[in-house]
Design a binder for this molecule. Structure first.
Ligand SMILES: [Zn+2]
Length: 370
């Protein structure tokens, strides 16, 4: 209903004042949670019933987005297809007090990619009580996202590439949401393209405000840290369900992915029969490698690939056992290629030199869910 009223008003104002002026002065956002036209092609089957909008996605952005590019610190996770079902409350209400968010999902973008709190799951700083920021740690790509513990791609800051793809008509003129928070309130990016629309000074501590009609919304920060929201003004809801498979190593253990300094240049994904092969190329920087003969070697900058097709076809780094002969942490490259699917050319990949010495105990960080 609201859309129709807005459109009518917009047409009237455009006729009287001209379109340019309208963009700067119409302080009403578009509420269109049930409308497929308010989501990208990556979102399917939008429906509304029992007070909630429902939609599905595989959790990956437009294939043209430079996913994973620009990451310098990674847990060697790959962005894989997931099976998400989202539910967004249609008539959210402001709660008596805001709810703090912690590491984990806080919403979803209109392309069906989850949005997470800015922090990682790393331990909180003893002095500030805050967990490390994924953005400051170099974990995010140029679009503001990365692959997490479940090989799930998600954003931690404003989804920059998505906002650019949606464009000024969507974001500034129509004032359509770029996502929804887990309390049901829409997330906008006013001021991203057009500074005249900036609302930064009007935002409450959660980064929210009401439009002229009283509709509450969050607005992403358009500069520096690109924050999405700082807390939830409504009541957090269970809003997402997902199904996926964890990757396993050759011993059948779940791969949890140790963090390494690896500047990702490219990431790709292709199906070969029943396997999906993920490849990430980039430069390993400032790491200590365990060599087959037991010595270690410092790496300043070395190009290579991380890949995974199945538990008998992968090339990934694991942490070497600590020993008195090794100072600090060493990592080794495990390259297994006996079960690679037909058509996947490992020899055509520039891999790192594999470690072939005595078996390591393959300790890694404990599984953390997502
Ligand atoms: Zn993350």
């Amino acid at each position: 209903m609201r859309i129709i009223r807005l459109a009518g008003l917009a047409a009237l104002l455009a006729a009287v004042f001209g379109g340019g002026l309208l963009a700067a002065h119409a302080h009403d956002i578009t509420v269109c949670t049930c409308d497929q036209a308010c989501y990208t092609d990556e979102v399917a089957k939008v429906s509304c019933e029992r007070g909630r909008a429902r939609f599905f996605s595989h959790g990956l952005p437009d294939p043209k987005d430079p996913m994973m590019r620009g990451i310098t610190a990674t847990n060697q996770q790959f962005p894989a297809l997931h099976n998400y079902e989202f539910e967004i409350l249609l008539k959210p209400e402001l709660a008596g007090r805001p709810t703090r968010t912690d590491a984990g999902p806080v919403g979803v973008a209109v392309n069906g990619v989850p949005i997470f709190d800015p922090s990682t799951q790393g331990p909180a700083d003893r002095n500030t009580g805050k967990r490390p920021s994924a953005f400051e740690a170099g974990e995010l790509d140029v679009c503001g996202g990365h692959a997490g513990r479940g090989d799930d791609y998600h954003y931690h800051i404003a989804p920059k590439c998505l906002i650019e793809d949606l464009g000024p008509d969507w974001v500034e003129q129509d004032k359509k949401p770029i996502g929804y928070a887990m309390d049901g309130f829409p997330i906008l990016a006013l001021g991203w393209f057009d500074k005249k629309n900036a609302v930064e000074k009007d935002l409450d501590p959660c980064r929210g405000m009401k439009d002229a009609s009283g509709q509450y919304f969050y607005n992403v920060k358009t500069t520096s840290s690109w924050d999405v929201l700082n807390c939830l003004s409504g009541r957090p809801q269970h809003f997402a369900r997902d199904r996926w498979f964890h990757r396993q190593d050759r011993t059948g253990k779940e791969i949890t992915g140790i963090p390494i300094r690896f500047a990702i240049e490219d990431s790709s994904r292709r199906a070969y029969g029943g396997d999906v092969c993920h490849v990430m190329t980039g430069v390993l920087q400032g790491e200590q490698l365990l060599l087959t003969e037991g010595r270690t070697r410092k790496v300043r900058a070395e190009e290579g690939a991380l890949f995974y097709c199945n538990k008998a076809c992968y090339g990934l780094f694991f942490e070497a056992d600590r020993s008195r002969a090794i100072r600090g942490r060493a990592i080794y490259y495990d390259r297994i290629a006996d079960g690679c699917p037909r058509g996947f050319d490992v020899s055509g990949l520039k891999t790192f030199t594999p470690y072939e010495g005595p078996a390591q105990s393959r300790k890694g960080p404990p599984p953390m869910g997502r």
